[in-house]
Design a protein around this ligand. Structure first.
Ligand code: NAD
Ligand code: WQD
Length: 335
């Protein structure tokens, strides 16, 4: 079965490409490389020993998308492509709405024209906004995210639901990721953002490798056991496997829109993350406490019960695995 991955040279897309190829799927990738590099394709081939077809194109380019669907017998799509930096989206809301919404609309329009009506979409825990409980369940209503980035995810979920309402031949799986971290155990794939990272794990990696002097932990007076925020970190390879399960499930299900949280259900604090990274890698990560970051919540984490029951998916890797694999990748990336 041939699957198109939009944004497939990115962090989560590349790991998913590996898992799909290993499971016997054919993979086609389209990416405009705005936040990834073409040599990722070689790395995917190196890990799997399999071929991948790559198109350097913007998903908003209807002609390019039409060509991809004409040249390949695509049966389903996993839609990763999007801009994802929370802070940047507050400074550039127009670019974020344009990129994330236009790419989705062009994609689903092209799919409809080619009669491909199976899609898995990368959504985010950010769509929950602030809820009464920090344990997010799929039955909770979508909330108000803290950024335009998050709002694009709310809007795209709504768009996909409307697409299904208008044409019940669609099979749609919406995956709400919590905090993906870690890297492929080969050390070839991982997350290496340009410039100063916003997210915790890439920042820790840069401090450990002495590219940045020290980590600032944003706040230690939160209502959590050690005062630092707690999040549901999950290993990117577990997350990638969730996409396989979601695709398999769509094949065996009636048409419809299915929504799943992908997380471990076990929140960890910033301090736990830093201390685990230090101990499993035997390396120093100097840090100081600073003021809270605007928009951060004390804690939130997944109720992963639905994915466990319906997808037969469970995050298996530990915080130790996440820290070890992240550092293994970061060391490789420096050489
Ligand atoms: P990433 O930036 O590594 O990957 C996204 C890829 O999409 C990049 O390779 C980028 O070049 C490509 N892209 C962006 N706009 C495009 C366009 N218009 N046309 C073609 N390619 C385009 O990000 P990631 O962490 O792999 O995230 C993948 C998806 O998962 C995104 O939609 C993101 O919003 C979502 N998500 C990520 C996280 C996270 O913490 N990493 C959490 C929840 C949801
Ligand atoms: C984690 C914790 C920070 C950096 C974001 C998006 C979310 C989703 C995942 C896409 C927080 C603390 C961080 C630092 C720190 N992405 N921290 N010092 O904010 O939970 O989620 O990524 O959908 O939508 O908002 O992740 O990695 O930025 O932060 O103390 O230098 O680490 O305060 O508690 P976050 P994060």
């Amino acid at each position: 079965m041939k699957i198109l991955l939009t944004g497939g040279t990115g962090y989560i897309g590349s790991h998913t490409a590996v898992q799909l190829l290993n499971a016997g799927y054919d993979v086609v990738i389209v990416d405009n490389l705005v936040n990834s590099k073409e040599d990722t394709i070689d790395k995917i081939k190196q890990i799997t020993g399999k071929e991948v077809k790559f198109y350097k194109a913007d998903v908003r380019d209807a002609e390019a998308m039409d060509k991809i669907f004409s040249e390949n017998d695509i049966e389903g799509v996993i839609h990763f492509a999007g801009l994802k930096a929370v802070g940047e989206s507050c400074e550039k809301p127009i670019e974020y709405y344009q990129n994330n919404l236009d790419s989705t609309l062009t994609l689903v329009d092209t799919m409809r024209k080619h009669n491909v009506k199976k899609i898995v979409f990368s959504s985010s825990a950010t769509i929950y906004g602030i809820q009464e409980s920090p344990k997010y369940v799929e039955t909770m209503k979508r909330g108000t995210p803290s950024s335009p980035y998050g709002t694009t995810k709310v809007m795209i979920e709504q768009i996909l639901e409307d697409v299904y309402k208008a044409d019940p031949e669609w099979k749609i799986s919406i995956l709400r990721y919590f905090n993906p971290v870690g890297a492929h155990e080969s050390g070839l794939l991982g997350e290496d953002p340009k410039g100063i990272p916003n997210n915790l794990m890439p920042y820790i990696q840069k401090v450990a490798s002495k590219q940045l002097e020290q980590l600032t932990i944003f706040g230690n007076d939160y209502n959590t056991p050690d005062g630092t925020c707690r999040r549901d970190y999950l290993h990117v390879v577990d997350l990638a496997n969730g996409h396989l399960k979601a695709l398999e499930k769509l094949d065996g299900s009636e048409n419809g829109v299915y929504i799943y949280n992908l997380g471990t259900g076990n929140p960890k604090s910033v301090l736990e993350m830093v201390n685990t990274f230090k101990s499993v890698n035997n390396i120093d990560v100097p840090f100081k406490f600073g003021p809270r970051r605007e928009g951060d919540l004390d804690e939130f984490f997944a109720d992963p019960t639905k994915a466990e029951k319906e997808l037969d998916w469970k995050a298996e890797k530990t915080l130790e695995d996440m820290c070890r694999d992240s550092w293994n990748f970061a060391k490789n990336a420096m050489n």
